[in-house]
Design a binder for this molecule. Structure first.
Ligand SMILES: [Zn+2]
Length: 260
């Protein structure tokens, strides 16, 4: 008999008053709402945004570390080059002192000293070039570090703002879920234990909703219209008989809108 196939359950045969069955629709609505809230909580756009900001912040931190290392290397190089310039300058001064003091009488020595001064001046010029170039590189490295530090501050501000938005959204979701859960508990308290156990079992295996309305011959759970045979079986089933959708196996709740 087709009618029996509708209630052919692997679960115990359940009977419940039409009123108790109606309450399952309220439960289903609340469970849908709870599932929607949970989905929203898991897919908040702020979560992805915070992940992106966190990754960017780590990149910037690395860039700042690299810039700091570069700056201290350049400082060391510049100090060395400046020491070299100073040494050359001291030697030039010493040579000039000897030349200007008129203490050098030998023409050959004079020539040799003058040639050394000329060579030291060229060397001084080269070293000063090096210092200038190092100073330019240092300036560029400092500018890069400053830009990274500014971006880091901006990312920190954005992170704080997005965190606040996310926390507000989580608080709102938590509040709504809390209300829905409270309402659900009071609705569930009005459902006979056996029927509630069946509903909860089906809920676990049917995407969070264990019952659906039969509306104009169609199951509102899987949106499939009942075959004529199944529809007739549901129509003739006793009101306290708990019937199930042949398609999705959810509890099919008959209402004034069922078309029967
Ligand atoms: Zn169905």
């Amino acid at each position: 008999m087709r009618q029996h196939s509708l209630v052919r359950l692997t679960l115990p045969f359940v009977k419940a008053s039409p009123e108790a069955q109606q309450r399952l629709l309220e439960l289903a609505d609340l469970d849908t709402e709870l599932a929607r809230l949970e989905h929203r909580r898991r897919t908040l756009p702020e979560t992805a945004e915070l992940e992106r900001l966190g990754a960017r912040s780590a990149q910037i931190r690395d860039a700042i570390t690299r810039a700091d290392t570069q700056l201290s290397d350049l400082d060391r190089e510049q100090a060395r080059a400046e020491r070299d310039v100073e040494q050359v300058r001291v030697r030039i001064d010493k040579d000039r002192e000897r030349l200007d003091g008129g203490k050098v009488s030998s023409a050959r020595e004079l020539e040799s000293l003058q040639s050394e001064v000329a060579s030291l001046r060229r060397r001084q010029g080269d070293l000063e070039e090096v210092v200038l170039e190092l100073m330019e590189r240092r300036e560029a490295a400092q500018a890069a570090r400053d830009a990274a530090a500014a971006e880091q501050a901006a990312v920190a501000d954005e992170t704080a703002a997005v965190t606040a938005t996310r926390d507000a959204a989580l608080a709102e979701i938590g509040e709504q879920a809390g209300k829905a859960a409270t309402t659900r508990a009071s609705v569930a308290a009005g459902v006979p234990g056996e029927l509630l156990a069946l509903y909860d079992k089906l809920r676990d295996s049917h995407g969070g909703v264990g019952a659906a309305m039969l509306r104009r011959g169609r199951c509102e759970g899987c949106h499939v219209s009942l075959s004529t045979v199944d529809f007739n079986a549901v129509r003739t089933a006793a009101p306290d008989e708990v019937v199930r959708c042949e398609e999705c196996r959810r509890i099919l709740v008959r209402t004034a809108e069922s078309g029967i």
